[in-house]
Design a protein around this ligand. Structure first.
Ligand code: ATP
Ligand code: MG
Ligand code: FE
Length: 339
């Protein structure tokens, strides 16, 4: 069956089409340039941009796949979590398409979709697997018995998300928004051991994270150097900050695998695009005998294909579709796969 997926939780209008685990189209329009000068996503601006981009992006996806509206068997949409106004645009559009086409509608969790998307690249998820979900708004370790039915939270950040820390540190270093990719690039020219930044909750015995202390430590370090009139080597600071983040992420992810005796680790969310995270995770998984799955960077950041992928899983699992008065839920818990 063909599933059309719609994503509008933040600043990307994403429309994907899949047949089972086969990716047929992934069209994206981003309003990121409109937010850059504010240093963060402006909700009202994002909502309006989704409204303008929705119809053309759906048409582009159909064109990419060489399909017509009548070929679509189900519609899936991000129902939460995310920006309320932004979610509403996608949910309203999805309801209209589902009703107009007479096909089932699935309201899905954006975070579970960040996990499910890997199936488009590497096939069915091992059951169970451990998922490290690291994005702009979330950082969690999950036990995933079956992404269509059950996601269990093992731990999460007690303050900033990993992506948020990347974006804030980038700002301190004078790099553009969103900062993650810029730090990733700058860090390649620097040394991860140049500055010893703190690793929050490294040895606390939990599967939780904390990144706000690290972010503050980097800001203080940079301020002190500037006050002393010293020049800052941005690549070294970027690499040292990045090392602190990925060291904790990979350590705790492998801790989770060990504790739950699971030998498959998946990394998803925008920060999973980070090259150092991918490399260190591979190294540590190899040493621990854990199989690692990370989608290609273009599938890690927000897109419509991830929503379609989870929709296809729900359909295949025989899960009941959503009601046509499906609400958007900006604070949907990570353990709610669909609504
Ligand atoms: P959420 O999924 O929690 O709702 P979101 O949808 O806004 O948040 P994503 O698109 O999944 O977030 O991820 C965006 C985040 O990923 C940003 O913080 C961005 O800086 C970060 N990011 C993207 N590429 C990289 C990279 N190469 N290295 C580090 N961080 C990155
Ligand atoms: Mg984005
Ligand atoms: Fe996301």
């Amino acid at each position: 069956p063909l599933v059309l997926g719609i994503e509008t939780s933040c600043d990307e209008t994403g429309v994907g089409i899949v047949r089972g685990h086969t990716l047929l189209a992934n069209a994206i329009a981003s309003s990121v340039d409109e937010h850059a000068r504010f240093g963060g996503v402006v909700p009202e601006v994002a909502s309006r941009a989704h409204l303008e981009a929705m119809t053309p992006t759906v048409e582009r996806a159909l064109e990419q796949a060489g399909l017509k509206f009548g070929d679509i068997d189900a519609v899936a949409v991000t129902a939460g979590p995310g920006l309320a106004g932004a979610l509403l645009v996608g949910v309203a559009a999805a309801k209209a398409y589902a009703l107009g086409l007479g096909v089932p509608l699935y309201g899905v969790n954006h975070l579970a979709a960040h996990v499910a998307v890997d199936e488009l690249e590497h096939g069915p998820l091992p059951r169970p697997c451990i998922a490290l979900l690291v994005s702009g708004g979330h950082s969690s370790l999950l036990l995933v018995p079956d992404v269509a039915r059950e996601v269990i939270s093992l731990g999460s950040t007690v303050d900033d998300a990993a992506g948020e820390a990347f974006d804030k540190v980038a700002r301190v270093l004078g790099l553009p928004f969103p900062g993650g990719p810029h730090i990733d690039r700058a860090a390649r020219e620097g040394s991860g051991t140049a500055v010893a930044f703190p690793r929050g909750k490294y040895d606390d015995g939990t599967l939780d994270f904390s990144f706000s202390g690290l972010k503050t430590a980097v800001a203080r370090w940079v301020e002190a150097k500037r006050a002393a009139g010293e020049t800052i080597h941005v690549p070294d600071v970027a690499a040292s900050f990045q090392e602190a983040v990925v060291d904790v992420l990979t350590r705790k992810a492998l801790d989770a695998c060990r504790r739950y005796d699971v030998h498959d680790l998946l990394i998803g969310g925008g920060v999973a695009a980070n090259s150092r995270l991918r490399a260190l995770a591979q190294e540590r998984c190899d040493a621990a005998g854990v199989r690692l799955r990370v989608p290609r960077p273009g599938l890690c950041t927000d897109n419509g294909a991830m929503v379609a992928a989870l929709g296809a899983d729900l359909l295949a699992a025989g899960v009941s579709p959503s009601a046509h008065d499906l609400p958007a839920d900006s604070s949907m818990p990570i353990t709610t796969v669909n609504v």
